[in-house]
Design a protein around this ligand. Structure first.
Ligand code: AG3
Length: 280
């Protein structure tokens, strides 16, 4: 008999993994966390029934979430990550030697602990001495942050249900704008173009209202059902153009390269329409 895990998307389709065994299940004060050993994708982290990452393809999401903004900035010394308690985003950011400080703020200490224990390769960035981890509400943290204190803010949230709802709202984008330096860049995961197209559109429009430059880009993330979207807002630098080519970082990467960076902003018509960039 095959054991299976399916993340069922709202319209009644989903993504299925054959499961070797369950490794861990826990209910934190905020959400349910499961770790499964799959047949095809190594370990799988699930939060409240939604796929967060697999060992096999987490690189695509984490590289594209972080390096587009980081390579668009000439010198991102101070970086803030909101969410991302698994550590994958921090691991990618820590590859850049120009980064001097990384603060990670995740509301759920249990996610960090589970990742350290079951996903040591993903959580490896937590061992970097530039990283400071805080377990508190990301929205409140950014609201209180000293204006102009971060060069890049990366939002690695779960879906907009439960504790992550506020991370998709305009007041949070505005708080990030204030917390960024004058040439700061904001980037957030903005949902699946297949099953959250409204969210992709809303995130894009919100970023446009708050930042002088804003754009949506995509990457292939098979474990999230195909294509995934990200929204980037920038105060000065063009987020569509990489302006550093740090070879020591680039040669470590499995997905991102400067041509992928530029190409990721080329969007299919249905996403251009959903984000209000073409009529229809
Ligand atoms: N980012 C998870 C993206 C949301 C996935 N949603 C879904 N499968 N319904 C956080 C985990 C990666 N660091």
């Amino acid at each position: 008999m095959d054991l299976r895990f399916t993340e069922l998307y709202p319209e009644g389709w989903g993504i299925t993994f054959l499961v070797e065994k369950g490794l861990h299940s826990t209910k934190s004060p905020y959400q349910r966390i499961d770790v499964l050993e799959t047949k095809s994708h190594g370990r799988l982290l699930v939060i409240d029934g939604a796929v967060m990452l697999t060992e096999r393809d987490e690189f695509a999401y984490h590289e594209m979430l972080t390096h587009v903004a980081l390579f668009s900035h000439p010198c991102p010394e101070k970086v803030l990550v909101i969410g991302g308690g698994d550590g994958g985003a921090v691991r990618e950011i820590a590859r850049h030697s120009c980064v001097k400080e990384i603060a990670l703020v995740d509301i759920d200490a249990d996610v960090i602990e589970v990742s350290r224990r079951f996903f040591p390769q993903v959580a490896s960035g937590f061992n970097d001495e530039r990283v400071k981890v805080l377990t508190e509400d990301g929205v409140e943290f950014v609201k209180r942050a000293e204006p102009g204190s971060y060069h890049v803010i990366v939002v690695d949230s779960t879906d907009p249900v439960g504790p992550a709802v506020g991370l998709f709202e305009k007041p949070f984008f505005e708080a990030c704008f204030r917390a960024l330096t004058e040439d700061g860049i904001f980037v957030a995961q903005s949902g699946s173009p297949y099953f959250q197209l409204e969210l992709v559109g809303k995130s894009h429009r919100t970023a446009r209202e708050v930042f002088p430059q804003a754009a949506t880009y995509t990457a292939q993330t098979p474990s999230y059902g195909g294509l995934w979207s990200f929204v980037v807002g920038s105060k000065l630098h063009d987020p569509k153009r990489p302006i550093r080519d740090d070879e020591t970082v680039l040669k470590q990467l499995k997905y991102y390269n400067p041509r992928v960076h530029e190409a990721a902003f080329a969007l299919p018509n249905y996403i251009l329409k959903a984000t209000g960039q073409i009529e229809g």
